[in-house]
Design a binder for this molecule. Structure first.
Ligand SMILES: *[C@@H]1O[C@H](CO)[C@@H](O)[C@H](O)[C@H]1NC(C)=O
Ligand SMILES: *[C@@H]1O[C@H](CO)[C@@H](O)[C@H](O)[C@H]1NC(C)=O
Ligand SMILES: *[C@@H]1O[C@H](CO)[C@@H](O)[C@H](O)[C@H]1NC(C)=O
Ligand SMILES: *[C@@H]1O[C@H](CO)[C@@H](O)[C@H](O)[C@H]1NC(C)=O
Ligand SMILES: *[C@@H]1O[C@H](CO)[C@@H](O)[C@H](O)[C@H]1NC(C)=O
Ligand SMILES: *[C@@H]1O[C@H](CO)[C@@H](O)[C@H](O)[C@H]1NC(C)=O
Ligand SMILES: *[C@@H]1O[C@H](CO)[C@@H](O)[C@H](O)[C@H]1NC(C)=O
Ligand SMILES: *[C@@H]1O[C@H](CO)[C@@H](O)[C@H](O)[C@H]1NC(C)=O
Ligand SMILES: *[C@@H]1O[C@H](CO)[C@@H](O)[C@H](O)[C@H]1NC(C)=O
Ligand SMILES: *[C@@H]1O[C@H](CO)[C@@H](O)[C@H](O)[C@H]1NC(C)=O
Length: 674
């Protein structure tokens, strides 16, 4: 440990240190205090022991501290409240004891506090000022008896297996973003508040193993996303609400060990609950504990244990500009009030150098509605780019002068943000050099029930025209045409294989393939479920606004993108606009003839602009590829990987003959094993 941290101390710019599951043992050495630039520290799943060293106090830039699954002892130090940048503090599964320091209530940037599985006791300090806090996990400690004081924008609240007794009913009904509430196996002696079941975002409620009492009614309502309820082993009486009774498998309901009259799961007689409730209603005593302390823990999904030495991000030095604090902070504070998205759990989003790198794009993020309005001058008509099938698309200018395209999607179903988790995850992965990449999104809410009314999708704005204009306007060289085809294919390959689930049937055509200023291809048509679901029914035309609405063949698998690619290739090679099925079959027939004809005749089929420069082998290869891609039977069409191979082959022949510098870049690294 000494040697390792001594060596690391020689890297003054170190920002991210992740040493997970390496069998590191013993106390953390003092020299950790030399890593003054550190922003993220993850030392999970080692055997580190001793107290949390005071040297951490010197690391003023720390934003994320994860020390889960170690053997740290002693109390959570009071000075932790001075690490004012902290957004994630996770100390799960250690042997920390004593009570929580009141200084926690100063950590106003904190979003995630996870202290479960320790021996912490006493009251939880007042956390009401932590308005960014979304995840609080204090499970498996001895905290209590008063329910913590929190602001009402919590998303996940886990107090399982502690000694909480009262205070829950006063505050919870205003927690409109709460998705998960677990207060099971405490000592609550209060009336149960049925309104918990109908909070707008709620998905998980567990109150099992307490002394909650009170009467439930048949006609009580449940939130639309509620899929897990455990009321077991309390003193509830009355009828099980109808919304919990349905046999719907998507809602998992447990209520054993109460006194409900119409349930199927095992119940006590009414008198049992009645008597017990009377017994506990003796007014709860005031908490006698002196200070108040909180245990914080954060459960990280899928904690993979990684073997081997892993020093992530060592030596990665962020540019000061790209990570400027004030900007990030403002956005985060406001954003977290509104967006409980899982994405916010990723602490690294704050400064995601990895993503900034290769694409030169900022990290995917949540936008504020105000930002969207400002960027589009409040959706001024002069900024309208087009009326797409799923809603209008506006041009926008962000505060940092970046140009963006903002698609406004009016959603059809009233649902909470949680229902969009998968859509947003998928959207955030739409990033590739050959795609119009997604930069972020923004939810707008119905004021009365906080369901989502609109979603704004923010994409990079690509302004150098589309592929059709390029081919007919600029008459590119043969080599450039192959480059363009390769980039289209790479875009398709990414859509199909670069994420799970892949996107297929993307309806790609020369009018929605765009070019950027360095003439690289950017596909701008994605078959996102979110867009399909909210498609304007009277206007099912593709969003590019193109008139062609051709292909008679119904193509629903990955090969439909290959077909689209074939059509694009036709246009690229022949230099003719293809706007109907008829055009496709005419040019395809020409190609079929061309393949069998001689060299001279073959050339006549090509765009006259390239007659002089193209090697015949290359032409023939592309024509064959084109015809195969347009096979009526999808099974006869090549896979997108085959397409790339053939293009590569055609390009090599081309390179050996003609030289065109602009094609080099994208030709060499085409092949991946995917
Ligand atoms: C770490 O800091 C201490 C004093 O702050 C200094 O004496 C020591 O040389 C530093 N270690 C390294 C490796 O820079
Ligand atoms: C910490 O771990 C080291 C190495 O495993 C051990 O020698 C030492 O006794 C431990 N200290 C405490 C306080 O448990
Ligand atoms: C707690 O951490 C220890 C290692 O310190 C690990 O073996 C154990 O599985 C962890 N327990 C849980 C519940 O994660
Ligand atoms: C907390 O843990 C430390 C170190 O293990 C121990 O010395 C101390 O007595 C414990 N405090 C309490 C109240 O158990
Ligand atoms: C919360 O903030 C208010 C205003 O800044 C302050 O007066 C109050 O003391 C703070 N509460 C706690 C518990 O820190
Ligand atoms: C508490 O500990 C038990 C095992 O002792 C574990 O199954 C459970 O997940 C833990 N709960 C929390 C909230 O950490
Ligand atoms: C929660 O309830 C307590 C007592 O009723 C009150 O003092 C506190 O301000 C409430 N907190 C919120 C966030 O409403
Ligand atoms: C639910 O039913 C009770 C009586 O069973 C009635 O008093 C109450 O008004 C009903 N509430 C609603 C919202 O229908
Ligand atoms: C089950 O509930 C879900 C939402 O909770 C709903 O979408 C689905 O239609 C329901 N299924 C049945 C068979 O009622
Ligand atoms: C810390 O490391 C664990 C194991 O690799 C990982 O699951 C977790 O996401 C990391 N935490 C953060 C905040 O990056």
């Amino acid at each position: 440990m000494e040697a390792l941290f001594g060596a690391l101390a020689a890297l003054p710019g170190l920002k991210v240190l992740s040493l997970v599951s390496l069998g590191l043992r013993g106390p953390l050495p003092q020299s950790i205090g030399n890593l003054t630039s550190l922003e993220m520290l993850n030392l999970s799943s080692n055997q580190l022991n001793g107290t949390i060293p005071v040297e951490l106090l010197g690391l003023r830039n720390l934003q994320t501290v994860v020390l889960d699954h170690n053997e740290f002892i002693g109390e959570i130090p009071f000075w932790i409240g001075s690490l004012s940048e902290l957004t994630v503090l996770s100390l799960k599964n250690n042997s920390l004891n004593e009570s929580l320091p009141t200084s926690l209530s100063r950590l106003e940037s904190l979003r995630i506090l996870q202290l479960s599985m320790n021996n912490i006791n006493g009251e939880v300090p007042d956390l009401r000022n932590l308005t960014n806090l979304q995840v609080l996990d204090l499970g498996n400690n001895s905290l209590g008896p008063t329910f913590p004081t929190l602001h009402n924008k919590m998303v996940t609240l886990v107090l399982r297996r502690n000694k909480f007794r009262f205070g829950i009913t006063d505050n919870m009904s205003s927690f409109y973003q709460l998705q998960k509430l677990d207060v099971s196996y405490n000592e609550f002696v209060e009336p149960f508040m049925p309104s918990l079941l109908s909070l707008p975002s709620i998905g998980y409620v567990n109150i099992a193993g307490n002394k909650f009492h009170g009467m439930l009614l048949q006609n009580m309502t449940c939130g639309a996303d509620l899929n897990f309820v455990d009321l077991s082993f309390n003193y509830l009486t009355g009828d099980l609400p109808a919304c919990l009774k349905s046999r719907n498998k998507s809602r998992n309901v447990h209520y054993r060990g109460n006194c409900l009259s119409n349930g199927r799961q095992r119940q006590h007689p009414y008198a049992f609950c009645h008597n017990e409730a009377l017994a506990v209603e003796i007014s709860p005593h005031k908490g006698k504990e002196k200070g108040s302390k909180v245990v914080v823990a954060m459960s990280i999904v899928g904690a993979t244990s990684l073997a081997g030495l892993m020093v992530l991000g060592v030596g990665l030095v962020f540019s000061k500009q790209s990570c400027k604090k004030p900007q990030t902070r403002v956005i985060l504070e406001k954003a977290t009030m509104m967006y409980p998205s899982k994405l916010l759990l990723d602490a690294r989003e704050i400064c995601q150098m990895a993503k900034l790198g290769p694409l030169g794009l900022p990290a995917y993020r949540n936008f504020l509605l105000d930002e969207i309005k400002e960027a589009t001058e409040n959706f001024d008509a002069s900024n309208l780019i087009r009326e797409g099938s799923s809603g209008p698309v506006y041009k926008g200018i962000l505060a940092n002068d970046n140009l963006v395209a903002i698609q406004c999607l009016k959603v059809r179903k009233r649902r909470g943000t949680q229902a969009y988790t998968h859509d947003i995850e998928l959207l955030s992965k739409l990033r590739h050099i050959n795609l119009v990449s997604a930069l972020g999104h923004c939810f707008e809410y119905n004021t009365e029930d906080s369901t989502v009314s609109r979603i704004y999708l923010v994409f990079e704005l690509v302004t150098n025209g589309n592929l059709r204009d390029f081919i007919f306007g600029q008459k590119p060289t043969w080599a450039k045409r192959i480059t363009v085809a390769v980039e289209v294919a790479k875009g398709i390959q990414f859509l199909q294989t670069g994420m799970t689930p892949g996107l297929y049937s993307n309806n790609i055509k020369t009018t929605n393939v765009l070019l950027d200023h360095s003439l690289h291809v950017k596909l701008n048509s994605f078959n996102l479920p979110l867009l399909a679901e909210n498609m304007d029914k009277v206007n099912m035309l593709p969003s590019s606004g193109s008139k062609e609405n051709g292909k008679a063949i119904v193509k629903q698998d990955e090969k439909s993108d290959v077909y689209d690619f074939g059509v694009i290739l036709l246009e690229i090679i022949a230099g003719r606009e293809i706007t109907s099925d008829n055009d496709i079959s005419v040019v395809k027939d020409l190609f079929e003839v061309g393949i069998k004809a001689d060299k001279i005749a073959r050339k006549q089929i090509l765009d006259p602009a390239v007659h002089k420069e193209c090697p015949d082998n290359s032409v023939k290869t592309l024509m064959e590829l084109c015809i195969r891609s347009l096979s009526n039977d999808p099974n006869d069409r090549p896979s997108i990987e085959d397409v790339l191979w053939n293009l590569h082959f055609a390009a090599q022949i081309q390179e050996s003959g003609q030289v065109d510098g602009s094609s080099d870049r994208s030709l060499s690294p085409v092949f991946t094993s995917q």
